[in-house]
Design a binder for this molecule. Structure first.
Ligand code: 2HG
Ligand code: ZN
Length: 461
């Protein structure tokens, strides 16, 4: 049955690209979670802020829910459209709009892929330092929607630190210009920071002004082999006390085995239970400090082996061992956890979580990796062939509730950088108090009075 609601959208915006082909609905209706069956009403591909506003006005008038859509590389179901929503994809709004050498800012449309924004900054002699493996596919708008983190947070912080201005089309259809790239602005609520990590529930980010940094120094990448989980945070402390770290990431041997099976090259002849990938400046003083930290860790029995990159190609090879993990696991459609605690709480949290997962998942393969320098762990659970998908998810959800209780005790978060979306919605209570959730609902009601923006994500509609 053709849906006549779209006729009025076509009439209101005759030039709007609107897709309704089943293959397109499927493509734009899902993100990397692959858990929900896509079922959007249609896909709108606006190419101007005015069109986005007109779409939102139409959606309000017709009671149609909107799912804002970037690169759909999200892992929490935040960009899933499984319930007749209109997907508003920003993919055609992907241009650099301006650069200011004095302010050191780059203004972009929200649909620009992260990698293109990074390249635009580099071409202008600066850097946009937020970085992670999905850089080629994810968009700046999506990064803002989840306050994306990644592999440089230990040095540069999350997306939030780098967004000095943004334009938001609210659920009510207003265009808000937030932040205005001012260094100082003490004029009341900073609504920009509400838009960041709002997961498309308040409005659609259409433009962003990014703060740029000095280009990074030439660096070395080091891969360390560790004998035990307990050594991890001590190795981190040893390296951080001597060096300004550009990254400090970890993976287990189980994770490494998947990346190697996916075509990466084995770094050591022997197998070690844990590995760290770290990066630091390649000047003489930093290299000497890194060597001293390495020797100290070896002498203390915290590190059993190590390699250091001697070329950019080798550095890329070492990074592949860490950055290739998600792709190497994709075929299993893993159940993903993206949790964080304060770095100081990490040793106790790690011990308790390891015991919990060992006890609850004796039959499942559990893959640990993540941004250990930020207190952020990724724990992927793989489904054995013999277990049905629905039973697998149900069991993972049972264990996630136990994990949420551990997180609550340690003052942690059920989502460090992927967002809550649909996947972590049942566990928001462990990170946010009832009063906080009530305040978030009030903010949503103020900016999205008819509740049309990504309903059911973050919390129930
Ligand atoms: C990463 O750090 C991403 O590689 C993805 O946040 C994590 O696949 C995951 O669980
Ligand atoms: Zn991550």
């Amino acid at each position: 049955m053709p849906d006549t609601r779209l006729d009025s959208l076509r009439a209101a915006l005759p030039g709007l690209r609107l897709l309704t082909d089943p293959a397109e609905l499927e493509h734009y209706g899902r993100d990397w979670t692959r858990r929900w069956t896509p079922a959007p009403l249609a896909i709108a591909l606006p190419d101007s802020v005015e069109d986005v506003q007109a779409i939102v006005r139409w959606a309000n008038a017709n009671g149609v829910a909107i799912v804002p859509s970037g690169g759909r590389t999200g892992l929490s179901g935040g960009a899933v459209a499984a319930d007749g929503e209109l997907v508003v994809s920003l993919e055609r709004m992907n241009k650099v709009l301006g650069f200011d050498a004095v302010d050191r800012t780059l203004t972009v449309q929200a649909g620009i892929p992260l990698q293109l924004a990074q390249e635009a900054a580099r071409e202008r002699g600066l850097q946009y330092p937020v970085d992670f493996a999905a850089r080629g596919s994810c968009s700046i708008g999506g990064n803002i929607a989840t306050n994306a983190g990644g592999i440089r947070v230990v040095r540069y912080g999350n997306t939030r630190e780098w967004i000095v201005g943004l334009k938001l089309v609210t659920g009510g259809g207003e265009l808000l210009e937030l932040g205005r790239a001012l260094v100082k602005n003490s004029s009341g609520y900073d609504l920009r920071h509400l838009a960041i990590a709002s997961e498309g529930t308040l409005g659609i980010v259409v433009e962003a002004t990014l703060r740029l940094a000095d280009p990074p120094p030439p660096t070395n990448v080091m891969l360390l082999a560790l004998p035990s989980f307990e050594a991890l945070m001590r190795v981190f402390a040893a390296f951080r006390s001597r060096l300004q770290l550009q990254a400090f990431e970890f993976l287990t041997d189980v994770a490494l085995r998947h990346v190697l099976a996916h075509g990466a090259q084995a770094p050591f002849d022997e197998v070690h239970p844990f590995y760290v990938v770290t990066e630091f400046a390649s000047d003489e003083a930093s290299e000497a400090e890194a060597l001293a930290a390495f020797e100290q860790c070896v002498n203390d029995g915290l590190v059993s082996d190590g390699v250091i990159s001697a070329s950019e190609a080798q550095a890329a090879q070492l990074w592949r061992l860490r950055e290739g993990i998600t792709e190497s696991l994709a075929k299993y459609v893993p159940y993903k956890n993206d949790v964080s605690v304060r770095v100081s709480a990490m040793p106790a949290f790690l011990a308790e979580t390891q015991a919990l997962l060992g006890r609850e998942y004796p039959q499942f393969e559990v893959v640990w990796f993540g941004h250990i320098g930020d207190g952020n762990l990724h724990i992927n659970i793989l489904k054995p062939d013999a277990v049905a998908q629905a039973d697998f998810v149900a069991d993972c959800e049972r264990v996630t509730k136990l994990l949420a209780e551990v997180l609550q005790r340690h003052g942690g978060s059920i989502s460090a950088e992927h967002g809550i979306g649909l996947v972590k919605k049942p566990y928001l209570w462990c990170t946010r108090s009832a009063a906080e959730i009530a305040a978030m609902r009030g903010i949503k009601a103020a900016l999205d009075p008819n509740g049309i923006m990504n309903p059911g994500k973050l919390f129930d509609a």
